[in-house]
Structure formats: structure tokens, C-alpha cells
Write a protein that binds this ligand. Sequence first.
Ligand code: ZN
Length: 192
Amino acid sequence: METNYFAQLNGVNVNGHTEKKNGLTYLSWAWAWGEIKKAFPDATYTIYENANGWFYHTDGKTCWVKTGVTVNGVEHIEYLPVMDYKNKSIPADQVTSFDVNKAIQRSLTKACARHGLGLYIYAGEDLPEEEAANRPEIACHDCGEVIEDTTKRDGSRWAAEQIAAYAQHRFGRVLCPSCQKKAFKAEKEAQE
Ligand SMILES: [Zn+2]
């Protein structure tokens, strides 16, 4: 089933392939891409150039990169600002090719995460909403229902990918919110 590729990549243990910088966790791009290609040899990635053929885009004030990763015929596109080591946008006139290259790698790794690989690393970050057509359906492991985006109690959006990533990390399998509740209850009962 097409929906299972997300669970497959989401189930890959990325521990030991991350690095922490300024409180944020990053996955190594070289390693992430290696894992994707191992599972899906026909996967491709794209670095989108601007009209001048540069690897970054700018409005004259700040810069950003646009990358895409295609797995199983589904492309996830990621935009990322070119930032300094404090994760602040670098003014356009101070951006170096080194900064751009780093942003491209981070952006590509994040696009891989949208396919499931190491997604839980980004669980604390807001993933911008994508067009519905661009998102594969994710099925719950236990009940088989397609997982929908939900709204958390504080009003913020909890995307289906994030729900799945959380469950994978917490329960070892992709679960919809109601099956997560059941799994949590079962855990508690087992402890009593
Ligand atoms: Zn379920």
C-alpha cells in the first residue's frame, strides 16, 4: 500500500546520526539521503534556482533556499531562510556561499523528514501547511483509518505527519489520536 512508505521511513532509528546546535537537533544530510536511497533507489532531490540561476532566492533583505525531495513519486518542497549559527536570518549583503550551502543541506534534510525520516526531530517545530494534493495519506497501524490533521488544545495545528511521528516515537508504531489514547491506557493498565 502506498501509505506504508511513510511509516517505513518514519520507523528508521535516526539516533546517533543527529547533532545539536544552539538547542536545535539536526540530522546529517549525507546520512539521511543515504537512508532514503537505500529504501527507495529512484528517489530524487532538487535544488530550485532563482531566475538568475543562483541556488538561493532573495527579496534584497533576506535570503532563502527552496529544495524538494521526491520519494515514491511524491515531492515534498521545503523553504528555509539562510540563517547564522544563532538561527537568525543573515542580511542579503552578508550571505556567503557557505551559509547557502548549509541552508540547502538543512532544507533537504527537512524535506526528507516530511517523508517520515527523522520527523520526530522536528516535532517541536511548526511545519508549514502543504497543499493537500502534495501529501500522502498516512494510515493508523491499529485501526487502519487515515490520520487527519487536528487542532491541539492551545489552538495550534497538529499535522497528520507530526501525529504519526509522535506515535512512532512514543509507541513504536503509527497511530491515530484515538488509538494513541487506547495505547496509553493499555500502557497504564499494564503498569498497575
Ligand atoms: Zn487508529
